[in-house]
Design a protein around this ligand. Structure first.
Ligand code: ADP
Length: 526
């Protein structure tokens, strides 16, 4: 009380204003509002007419951020002057130059303004902006005036600094949220008790759980393993995994296996867990990063199948050729002409088969590298190609009866004849191979004004829905007793599909287990 009485009036007002400003800052009012209050207090204390606060942007140029008693439409003009002023500051020009720009600014606002008092907003040695109060009379700004303005400017600098920090944190937060939300991999954030706190979109797609269903549940309710390799997170935590992290051992926890999705399907995933430890060494969250490794697993499986299938497929004809050649070349044996001819016939047949397989492998690797097959197109009579192929196959099997059923007349198409012959041969060879009991194999065709279709129908072992989805994949062979006994590389249908696609056509299968299969090839007529 005593103090207050002894303070001169302007000091009491100054103190009251400072209090009000610092309250506004601690109440986390919006920056514009705090700047307005600072400016208002400064104008009153300096008996000014008007004022502005300009802040320095990233390009080090000042822009008007708050105005009092200055028409808004003047702001672009003032910004131009501030630009000049920024250059003066950057070049460390003389004070006269700076004052001259200040004068231009006050004249731009009002001719009657006599004086401009400017004060930099500085925080931790960093210039953040500037406050200018305009007076309508000329009077030397007293040290006291400057001190008042300085104390307000310091407050404004704190508010600006806080706002910048907040903005930086907010930008970082938004960046992290976007990485989390839109990243291609699944991510979730867990509480220390393994409750799910965040669950991103990729993880929704991977697990068929919606984020709003998963959040709040324990991760064990959502991450349900069908099969798993590696230590689960709960056991790891019980074994002091988080403490080891706090002590600097930053090895993440990785486990992989088959996850049961909410819809009952399974997906192969690899999950990496990393703990978030605070400054006191306490576990605050666990970040889980989930990667769908289905394709990787498939590729691995395919690679293994490829090696075993191809080595088997290559070895068999080579062994036969070697056996027959060795027999024929035995120095102690005398072979009659027929035996020699028959044996050479087998050698030639096996060499052709070897050649066919090598051709297929080359085409497949070319396709893999280039993505598309090149075609040499001519006029093609598909019905005739099929008739010739059927004749050839008829001589190779006695168990099967072939039936040709092409609509007459059947249109010619513009296509690659060699490649289409490969498709027909492959479909016919499969029809024979996968109907070991024999039966009828029908090859037919029909056309619409835009499409020419041909099909190969057998009454063999047929295909399950699941296998129908995969038989056109590279190296895929149905896992069955029959296919393990039957020669094949799993390339035939893959290449057939590539050839048909290169023509702009489609290939499809209609089948059911033990009910035979029909493969349809639809080709565009023009
Ligand atoms: P393969 O060289 O093994 O015959 P394909 O790519 O031609 O390779 O066929 C892939 C798989 O599709 C075969 O291994 C077989 O299991 C199945 N398949 C193909 N055609 C038929 C068919 N007509 N009937 C039943 N299964 C078939």
């Amino acid at each position: 009380m005593m103090n207050k009485l002894m303070l001169p009036d302007y000091q009491i007002r100054q103190r009251d204003f400072l209090l009000e400003i610092s309250r506004a800052i601690t109440a986390q009012l919006d920056l514009s509002e705090v700047l307005k209050r600072v400016l208002h207090a400064s104008i009153i204390m300096l008996a000014g007419r008007s004022g502005l606060i300009a802040l320095r942007a990233d390009d080090t140029i000042f822009y008007v951020r708050a105005i009092i008693n200055i028409p808004t439409e003047l702001v672009p003009k003032l910004n131009e002057h501030l630009y000049e002023l920024s250059l003066t500051l950057a070049q460390k020009n003389t004070i006269e130059n700076f004052n001259q720009h200040l004068r231009s600014i006050s004249t731009a606002i009002d001719d009657n303004l006599q004086q401009a008092v400017a004060m930099p907003l500085i925080f931790a040695g960093e210039p953040l902006g500037m406050m200018i109060v305009f007076r309508s009379y000329q009077s030397e700004a007293s040290p006291n005036d400057m001190q008042i303005l300085q104390s307000f400017a310091d407050q404004a600098a704190i508010a600006v600094h806080n706002a910048q920090l907040y903005e930086r944190i907010e930008t970082e937060r938004r960046k992290l949220a976007a990485i989390l939300e839109y990243g291609a991999d699944g991510m979730m954030i867990l509480e220390p008790d393994l409750t799910i706190a965040r669950f991103n979109r990729a993880l929704e797609r991977m697990t068929a759980w919606r984020a709003d269903e998963a959040i709040g549940l324990s991760q064990d309710e959502v991450i349900q393993w069908e099969k798993r390799e590696g230590m689960d997170i709960q056991t790891a935590l019980d074994n002091g995994w988080a403490n080891q992290h706090a002590q600097g051992d930053e090895s993440p926890l990785y486990l992989e296996g088959e996850l049961r999705r909410k819809d009952g399907l399974t997906v192969s995933v690899g999950i990496t867990y990393a703990p978030l430890i605070n400054a006191d060494g306490k576990l605050t969250n666990i970040i889980a990063h989930i990667r769908d490794i289905t394709n990787f697993k498939r590729a691995q499986e395919m690679q293994n199948t490829f090696i075993s299938v191809v080595s088997h497929e290559l070895k068999t004809p080579v062994a036969i050729i070697k056996g027959y050649a060795a027999t024929l070349s035995r120095p102690d044996a005398q072979w009659d002409k027929k035996t020699i001819r028959d044996n050479l016939g087998v050698i030639e047949e096996e060499a052709d088969r070897l050649n066919g397989l090598i051709q297929n492998l080359l085409t497949a690797s070319k396709l893999q590298a280039q993505g598309q097959l090149s075609l040499t197109k001519t006029e093609v009579w598909l019905d005739e190609l099929a008739t010739v192929a059927v004749e050839r196959f008829t001589s190779q099997t006695t168990k099967h009866k072939f039936k040709l059923k092409f609509q007459s007349p059947y249109p010619t198409i513009h296509a690659d004849e060699t490649r289409l012959r490969q498709v027909i041969d492959n479909l016919l060879s499969n029809a024979v191979k996968y109907s070991p009991e024999g039966g009828v194999i029908e090859v037919g065709g029909y056309a619409t004004p835009t499409t020419a279709t041909f099909y190969v129908r057998d009454s063999g072992v047929g295909l399950s829905e699941e296998d129908q989805q995969r038989i056109f994949d590279r190296f895929y062979r149905v896992d069955s007793k029959l296919s393990s006994k039957t020669q094949g590389s799993g390339l035939g249908l893959y290449l057939s599909k590539a050839i048909v696609s290169a023509h702009g056509g489609t290939i499809e299968v209609k089948s059911a287990p033990s009910r035979g299969s029909t493969f349809f090839v639809h080709l565009p007529r023009s």
